[in-house]
Design a protein around this ligand. Sequence first.
Ligand code: APR
Length: 250
Amino acid sequence: MTETEEKVNQARELIESASHVVVLTGAGISSESGVPTFRGQEGLWQNFRPEELATPEAFWKDPKLVWEWYDWRRNAVKDAKPNPGHYALAELENNLENLTLITQNIDGLHQMAGSSNVTEMHGNLWQIRCTKCGDIEQNFEVPLGELPPRCKKCGEIGRPNVVWFGEMIEMSLIDSVLKAIEECQVMLIIGTSGVVEPAASMGLVAKQANKPVIEINLDETPSAGLYDIVIREKSGEILPLLFTSNRTLS
Ligand code: APR
């Protein structure tokens, strides 16, 4: 049996004996769907400067430029389909008493794969939020017509309904995540470099609560040394082995 097979078996036992599992995902789970990550060789931050495109200051300095970038990202993601990793998590949700799925991703692929209870920590690429009245519109137009788009209710400028660098995440969302970590029997951390807070500290919170943590991530991460099982393989290959009837490593 290979080291990975051993780890998969250990992880599977932890998940099968759990009634409540917490899963945190990052861009890595969508990379096999063709969605660019942020910090790998091909990552978005290799070619774009986040402070010029993903901050409130950048937006108000040049809303059209920021929307051109998000319009480009929407176009880059529009044909993306969920991969076996997304579908495995959707199946886990059906088989488990309680699954708390938290994602840093804004691509909507978890929902497209059938996950119904998804906490989108960083918002959603397919939503436009009015900068004045706060109305949130689901919008799948690619390309968008007018940039920046206007609120259909009050006519003011709309912004991407995403969390930018320098913006706070709702405390109620963080509280509910911390509560879920307290209550769960095991936590999975999938496809995230673990460098952006508050997501980056969630594995530490689980360890401080004496919960087993399983990381599935291609590259090394800062907190991996704290975790119980670390699998440096593709999530699209490993996740189906963890909780679906399909149990053979390719
Ligand atoms: N399977 C498993 N892991 C993968 C795969 C894969 N197929 N492909 C890539 N990875 C891993 C990479 O090794 C990397 O460590 O996914 C991780 C992606 O890291 P980032 O690109 O930093 O993405 P993420 O951690 O989600 O970024 C967090 O930063 O820029 C902000 O708001 C943005 O939500 C994002 C946040």
